[in-house]
Design a protein around this ligand. Structure first.
Ligand code: SAH
Ligand code: SF4
Length: 395
């Protein structure tokens, strides 16, 4: 047998082992203005930007050559300088309750998770905004992970696009049958500490000539970064969810160190002033039920006093347990009692059923299944976090 073919294969393999880094501009994540400026810099007319936008966000193409309304020379020039990236899907798991979870990897190897949560009226893509989190909420598994970095605009909107790829929902369905009908920004990280990238990503999602998601179908959840809640309301006016979890400053300081920087009175004032807050468009207060910590009838009563005058609803969340969690979840009867108390006072307070238990769908769990921090370091970090006056100083 001749060795020639073997050597040919071997040398080819060696040559292609380390591909040169692709330094072309990613088209995903540019605002409309930035895309317009880019096309102009390539010597193209402004209306080309509108066409490219349509291909990217309405049709969901991943190949510049598929943009067939552009002339061949225009496509070639664009492809020479630009590319269309998607996060790499490392793992995809679908739960028996139809929730689906993706572990996504970006160009630098960092990973986040994105979840599809089926709801009665279709479903929501739950997006992450940071790798890890600077805050150290004591019940949260992401809070035990160091912040690695903020996600870029492309990485935030790219999660939604990867989810849409997975469900084959391109071109953007216009007949309201789409499964991915909503966006909730409730994944890893504190969204408002990555405000600029989040805002651009949500503007891309809301653009009527692309993904065309109504602001009423987008919800941003925050631990309570008061000044940025105001900015979110003024600039984006999407739905607001607050991770409340405690009816008093004393308890909230303990559970969520950010409360020391922005205490409840300030947080509630920002909610009262949130634009568009009305009975038709209520603020959601998320409340994780912790056994013997925040689940008594007195806590429920205090909660009602706290939110008086704010058009709101509650989301009662059974604790999603994780190894080493310092709390136990409340039992079902206690949660039911708590919910009934709020209902009797006229508030909607559904108990959020735990999704995807079989696929580790709690915040931060899929990523950390393979990247667990040593327990000793974790404990030291939690202790340090409690001492920290403003949890976000580490950003
Ligand atoms: N960081 C943002 C958004 C993401 S977390 C925020 O805190 O609002 C989504 C929701 O799940 C938040 O209300 C968060 O407090 C809650 N959560 C975190 N860890 C949890 C756990 N182990 N069990 C149940 N809910 C949890
Ligand atoms: Fe960060 Fe939200 Fe977890 Fe708090 S609950 S540590 S803000 S991800």
């Amino acid at each position: 047998m001749s060795l020639a073919p073997f050597f040919t294969f071997f040398s080819l393999g060696a040559m292609t082992q380390i591909p040169p880094p692709d330094e072309r501009q990613d088209l995903i994540g540019l605002s409309r203005e930035q895309l317009g400026a880019l096309m102009l810099s390539l010597g193209e007319k402004p209306f080309r930007a509108k066409q490219v936008w349509h291909w990217l966000y309405h049709r969901g193409v991943t190949d510049i050559q598929a943009m067939t309304t552009l002339s061949r020379p225009c496509r070639d020039k664009l492809a020479q300088h630009c590319t269309i990236r998607r996060p790499e899907i490392v793992r995809e798991v679908t739960s028996s309750d139809r929730s689906r979870k993706w572990l996504l990897r970006f160009a630098d190897g960092q990973e986040v998770e994105t979840v599809y949560i089926p709801e009665e009226d279709r479903g929501a893509a739950c997006l992450s905004t940071q790798v890890g989190c600077t805050l150290t909420c004591r019940f949260c598994h992401t809070g035990t992970q160091m912040l690695v970095r903020n996600l870029s605009t492309a990485e935030i909107i790219g999660q939604f696009m990867a989810a849409r790829d997975s469900y084959g929902e391109w071109p953007t369905p216009t007949d309201d049958t789409r499964l991915l009908s909503n966006i909730v920004v409730m994944g890893m990280g504190e969204p408002l500490f990555n405000y600029d990238n989040l805002a651009t990503a949500l503007k891309i999602a809301m653009d009527p000539e692309g993904i065309a998601m109504s602001r009423r179908r987008i919800t941003v959840s925050t631990s309570g970064v008061v000044p940025l809640i105001r900015r979110l309301g003024a600039e984006l006016a999407v739905n607001l969810a607050i991770s409340l979890h405690a009816p008093s400053d004393e308890l909230r300081d303990h559970l969520m160190p950010i409360n020391r920087k922005y205490p409840l009175a300030e947080l509630m004032q920002a909610c009262r002033e949130y634009p568009g807050a009305s009975n038709a468009r209520r603020i959601t207060f998320q409340y994780v039920m912790l056994k013997g910590i925040n689940d008594s009838p007195a806590d429920a009563r205090a909660l009602l006093g706290l939110v008086r005058g704010i058009p709101c609803k509650f989301n009662l969340i059974p604790l999603n347990p994780w190894p080493g969690a310092p709390f136990e979840g409340s039992d079902d009867a206690t949660i039911e009692r708590f919910a009934a108390f709020l209902n009797d006072a006229g508030y909607s307070a559904p108990v959020r059923t735990s999704r995807g238990q079989d696929i580790l769908a709690a915040c931060g769990q899929l990523r950390s299944a393979s990247q667990r921090e040593p327990l000793s370091r974790l404990k030291a970090r939690i202790a340090a976090g409690i001492e920290e006056e403003a949890g976000h100083r580490r950003l």
